[in-house]
Write a protein that binds this ligand. Structure first.
Ligand SMILES: C[S@@+](CC[C@H](N)C(=O)[O-])C[C@H]1O[C@@H](n2cnc3c(N)ncnc32)[C@H](O)[C@@H]1O
Length: 237
């Protein structure tokens, strides 16, 4: 996702975060954002350019949530269950499953019930803590998915939920980690049409069919409308 797109799509809760939160991020994140944040933007924001500061806080909204408010993300993820049709369409039984961007385990908990082995990759240590308590069976790796410590061809199924779009580095790494004949699947990826246009199988379910659990209305004031993951794109390696 481009910097400008992240700004345009920032939920109302972005005002909750400050510029100082950028400095609180781990150096790994600073390195990653170096080429993503436009040149001079951070300097202008630090010098008091209010518009630049606002753009930065909006663009980094989700990273701030995952890193500094993992419980708040967890609350949202519990209020947005994955469409049961998506879960049923995934071939998980008895498989070695790799999940990337696992968050606090919304998908992982379902995978762990059916997989022979489950490895979950997630860079936020706060989310990994929640994930470990929710899915003790999962082998959790605190890593970014662009470069993972997973052997070549390890997974029968590599999957992620609401975490990625068609990012080249991620797709390449998933191909490396998935065995020939195995499956790569994205639940509600950004740019679903990108996958459809390139021959991936695509299934879309009706989000209105998902039973939304009762939740605090403050959640939607912070994150915007509830959107349960309901799309699936997959292909064989
Ligand atoms: C919208 S959350 C989805 C979490 C979980 N998959 C779910 O559906 O509940 C996106 C997750 O992707 C993780 N993430 C973001 N960038 C990542 C990267 N480069 N590699 C691995 N995980 C990443 C975030 O830390 C966050 O946990």
């Amino acid at each position: 996702m481009r910097y400008s797109e992240a700004i345009a799509e920032a939920p109302p809760g972005w005002t909750h975060f400050s510029l100082a939160d950028y400095d609180r991020l781990q150096p790994d994140y600073h390195r990653r954002f170096e080429n993503w944040i436009p040149g001079g933007e951070l300097r202008r924001a630090r010098q008091g350019d209010a518009a630049a500061g606002e753009r930065l806080r909006k663009a980094l909204f989700w990273t701030f949530v995952y890193e500094f408010e993992p419980e708040r993300w967890d609350e949202l993820s519990r209020a947005e269950p994955i469409h049961p049709g998506v879960l049923a369409a995934l071939s998980v039984d008895g498989k070695r499953v790799l999940e990337i961007g696992a968050g606090s385990g919304r998908l992982t908990q379902h995978l762990a019930e059916r997989a022979a082995e489950i490895t979950a990759v997630e860079p936020s240590s706060g989310l990994c803590r929640l994930l470990a308590s929710r899915v003790p069976r999962a082998d959790i790796k605190v890593q970014f998915a662009e470069v993972m410590s997973i052997p070549d061809g390890w997974a029968d199924l590599s999957v992620s939920c609401s975490a990625f779009g068609p990012e080249e580095e991620i797709l390449r790494e998933l191909e490396r980690c998935t065995r020939k004949g195995g499956t790569i699947a994205f639940i509600s990826p950004r740019e679903l049409e990108w996958f459809a246009e390139r021959g991936w199988e695509v299934a879309r379910f009706d989000p209105a069919e998902v039973q939304i659990p009762p939740h605090d209305p403050a959640l939607e004031r912070f994150f915007g409308p509830i959107k349960p993951p309901s799309d699936l794109a997959w292909r064989q390696v």
